[in-house]
Design a protein around this ligand. Structure first.
Ligand code: GLY
Length: 571
């Protein structure tokens, strides 16, 4: 066994960034911890947006918990140590493959409140009011996360009290923040003051700096109520009362009944085959599974491996698949409990082959001409992803979100957690882009009780029916395209897992008609794409992708994205 791979980080105020083979972990020390970017281990692994959350998950695995236990503990810890996206006041999706060979998904997406209506964000002239759908009290959907954690707990082994304990301690005693976290809290101080009637723990007189301790007493008390009373500790009683009072102080519409009536839903995964691998993804109301299916099938028959990673031919082919899938998203996708989404039709081989008939190698497509497909019959990016695997063969891939970074920026007074601004993921005005520039129509219009369309793409790739790759990322509409590229990088280009994750990515989403290239992208390919007629926009980080890969020797390779403080843990 290799003992040492390489040190890729540095000592920084109690946080050490490393890349090592894994060893037994000591108990969590929230004031001094390492950020590991790559690990190889054999008993179980967790990769998430924060080292302390990954450690919380691994501690649970060591206590005899399975991957589901660890995923619950990791999410709860993220709600404390990664407040920009980890959450109690948001929602998410979980895909799991269990040791008995069965697979499930849990939908805990937020829901439109009972008194919502399709025109609630339009002014008297019919103009979309994004200030209301993207921040503050009215932008929140009914949170789903806590219901989702309890729905997953059915598949776990340990008591919920055990799983929530690390989060309670992290909130109560505090943890040391990084420079990145300090700078994001400082940058949002005015927003936190603007959208809150009770000053939250994220605001202090002087500037935050790396090495400061963030203590969240109100959040600790909310977590204790959940520990004691279960989901009712959030959806009823004191916490529910605090949520509704907060809503009323700021013009929000979530009611006690909305909270009491919220349910997480177990759904069958969206499953498809790619070159002999079985891919498990999320069905509606996430577009993630279906978009991934469409994009992968549109390229499956092309000799992409011979084109090579980041070659103009490969990038062009994938961009055109992305364009066509996102055109279909805008027209056809929404909560399938409210709108008939033609899933089978737009994922059939016949449809997808036809969809690529107008693809011209070497010439940019045009989104005015390439509209949503003709149906055969009639017709903050701030999210967070985690993967967990255990030695018994259970695997969990979870993406959760508040939508924007720190969601609505409204913290429930006295309860200490952020509310989401997920209502903006509905099509608040058909044909008008949302904060990710995504278009939508009738399929994704607001209706009471409906869940807004998502791009979250928690994914498990099976080889011989056993978990082989666990993949996911935050990034709004760039989520499905990043997952697509990461899987193609590994399966087709046979890249090392860290290169597949860490190398620059690209993105096309039909409208606006342009290719986003991540900083550092190969300049020669950029030039060739421009010659083909593509409009190119260079941008900063695309996503924060986390991957666990099962190696041939049975061990787990765990890769945390180097675009953030994301961290791998295992034993
Ligand atoms: N809020 C981002 C998404 O669900 O796609």
């Amino acid at each position: 066994m290799k003992t040492f791979l390489k040190i890729i980080g540095f000592l920084f105020l109690g946080i050490v960034y490393t890349s090592l083979n894994c060893q037994a972990q000591s108990t969590i020390n929230p004031f001094q911890f390492e950020i590991k970017k790559k690990l190889i281990c054999k008993n179980g692994a967790v990769v998430s947006a924060h080292a302390l959350a990954s450690q919380a998950g691994v501690e649970i695995l060591k206590m005899g918990g399975n991957a589901i236990d660890a995923a619950i503990a990791t999410q709860l810890a993220l709600a404390v140590v990664h407040p920009s996206a980890g959450n109690l006041g948001g929602g998410g999706f979980l895909v799991m493959q269990l040791q008995n060979g069965s697979s499930k998904t849990i939908d805990y997406r937020e829901m439109a409140p009972a008194s919502s209506h399709r025109n609630m964000y339009l002014d008297e002239n019919g103009n979309a009011q994004f200030d209301k759908s993207q921040s503050g009290h009215l932008s929140s959907g009914v949170p789903g996360t806590v219901a989702g954690l309890f729905a997953s707990h059915k598949y776990a082994r340990l008591s919920f009290e055990k799983l929530i304990q690390p989060a309670i301690e992290l909130a109560e005693k505090g943890f040391v923040i990084s420079e990145r976290e300090a700078s994001s809290l400082n940058g949002l101080k005015q927003e936190f003051l603007k959208f809150n009637t009770v000053t939250p723990d994220f605001v202090k007189e002087t500037k935050w700096k790396a090495g400061d301790t963030l203590i969240q007493k109100d959040l600790a008390n909310t977590l204790k109520r959940i520990s004691k009373n279960g989901a009712a500790g959030f959806y009823e009683g004191e916490t529910a009362k605090l949520i509704v009072e907060e809503m009323q102080r700021g013009g929000g519409i979530i009611s006690l009944n909305d909270l009491k009536n919220y349910r997480a839903i177990e759904r069958e995964p969206h499953i498809f085959n790619y070159k002999g691998f079985t891919i498990l993804g999320m069905p509606m109301p996430s577009s993630g599974g279906l978009l991934l299916h469409q994009m992968m099938k549109m390229i499956e028959k092309k000799p992409i491996a011979t084109y090579g990673f980041q070659s103009p031919q490969a990038v062009q082919l994938m961009v055109e698949a992305e364009r066509r899938a996102f055109a279909d998203r805008a027209a056809f996708m929404g909560d399938a409990d409210f709108y008939k989404v033609p899933v089978a039709e737009i994922s059939s081989d016949k449809y997808l082959t036809k969809r690529m008939e107008d693809f011209v190698p070497g010439k940019a497509g045009n989104s005015q001409l390439i509209q949503p497909g003709i149906l055969p019959a009639k017709e903050s990016e701030e999210t967070t992803h985690l993967n967990v695997i255990d030695k018994d063969g259970n695997a969990v891939s979870v993406t959760t979100t508040l939508n924007n970074s720190y969601g609505s920026r409204t913290i429930v007074g006295g309860a200490g957690f952020l509310m989401n601004d997920e209502m903006d993921d509905f099509s608040i005005k058909p044909g008008t882009p949302n904060m990710y520039g995504a278009l939508g129509g009738e399929a994704n219009a607001i209706e009471p009780g409906k869940r807004m369309l998502s791009s979250m793409t928690p994914t498990i790739v099976l080889k011989n029916n056993k978990p082989y790759l666990l993949v996911g990322t935050p990034g709004g509409t760039t989520i499905p395209t990043s997952v697509f590229q990461t899987i193609v990088n590994i399966l087709d280009f046979e890249m090392s897992t860290e290169d597949a994750v860490w190398k620059p990515k690209f993105h096309h989403q039909w409208m606006p008609d342009r290719v986003d290239l991540e900083r550092g992208f190969l300049p020669t390919t950029r030039k060739e794409l421009e010659t083909m007629g593509y409009k190119i926009v260079e941008r900063g980080s695309i996503g924060r992708t986390e991957v666990i890969k099962k190696l041939r020797n049975g061990k787990f390779e765990v890769i945390a994205d180097n675009r953030g403080d994301d961290a791998a843990e295992g034993w």
